[in-house]
Design a protein around this ligand. Sequence first.
Ligand SMILES: [Ca+2]
Ligand SMILES: [Ca+2]
Ligand SMILES: [Ca+2]
Length: 502
Amino acid sequence: MKSLTFFLFISLVISFGHINSYAGVDTEYTFSSSAGTYSELTGGTVIAVATHTSQDPGNLNNVTYGPIALPFSFKYKNNELYTSYFISTNGFITFGATAPGISNYCPVSSSESYTGAVSAFGLDLIGVFGTTIDFSGVTYVLSDVRNFNGVVIGAHITAATGIPADTYITAFDTGAGTITLSKPTTDIIVNDLVVQIASGSIKVKTEGTSPNRIHTIQFKNFRQYLIIGKDDNFNFQIKLFESDGTIKVIYGNMDKSPLIEPSVFGQVGLRGSVNTDWNNRTNTGNWAISSAGLSNASTSHLSNTLLPAPGQTYIWGPSSTSYSIKVIPQGFHNNSTLKLNMKDTVTSYLRNAASPYMIVDSAKGVIDSVTFEGTFVFNNVSSGNYYLVVKHRNSIETWSSNPVSLFRGSPLGYNFTNAVAKAYGNNLINVNPSPVRFGIFSGDINQDGFIDLTDVTIISNDANDFLTGYIVSDVNGDGFADLSDLTIAFNNAINFVSVARP
Ligand SMILES: [Ca+2]
Ligand SMILES: [Ca+2]
Ligand SMILES: [Ca+2]
């Protein structure tokens, strides 16, 4: 039978599992969310600090920074590895050689040519904080400060009237509700005057040790950009996980003033190499129970009554890939019942399509005795092309004829039983004439890639000892080691059956 397979040149175009595009909501990531804790970075690298309320780029309005080096290769969508990224002050980061435009406020739906984006809150933002205050006449002290969330000692402070140029905050007292200035106010009386405080910053930090490092990008004291200041205060972090490519967005203090523009809609989510590849979130009444966006332009709603709680965490984790594989261990196939004599465990490996064909993931599955099918869940593999390999305890390791196209998160199937050409080198044996079925060669007892005298000897010894049960020498799966097992291995041995692989 083996020699027959050498001369069977069946030209089959196996279009199995082929994915033509990555369009639409991607399946590469599985979204989850949790109520977590927001931990502001201590230390780290300062990328930008606001220095002035109204001068670009000192107010962190529409600025991009980068490329910023990553301390590890970050595995992102479409199996891309990135070693650097860009930060936009409009609430997001991008991957790829091309920086985002400075007035990009819609990073998920934008058609700009960066090759990936992670948006925590994509909106026209600015690194300036606003609040309302009172003062009366010439004084260093502002009173009735409405909100202290973005009040920082040393920050530049301005207002439409009453505060001289180049004034900075020298102290503040949340209990008394006051801010102390470096210069006195002019001799007027104001109530609920909006002041602008340049306290925004962007910091990055890598924590942990290889291969489990986490790189965090932190936006502090941002708000919605409006000519008229307001006391919004946005704080959030984007976290990139080295180990498996997980992405987290964690929200810190998020205040939204009910005044002036009480509702805003920001883009939250991922974009791939093009804007038809997206995975975003939207909400209607609660940030803790968001739902998948309906288009790449879907947004998350923020208002003074609709805010993420501090610590609210959005997680995009790499999806597992479920593979349904059909395979028949030759000896197990019973030509009378047309079933396998027993169900059995098979291990499957995904190997790189190019030499040296490294193993990238493995999974175990149980092959059903009636359907010949088992489910194999791969947790680590990225989208790409791989050889699919099956190994069974006493059969020859068998490779798919060609690399299979795998898209992380999309269930796939492969059938080693319906055509001899499904295996690399046509390395299958016809186990049933009608319906035509092929099996993987049985008899590699010691799993060295050859069926030979060594294997036959093991079976012979076990048969002499009348061994029974779940034993590797039981080639036909009937629970005994005997002459019928030996015969199968012997026939394959005289045909020099061995692993066929690229
Ligand atoms: Ca802006
Ligand atoms: Ca062997
Ligand atoms: Ca047996």
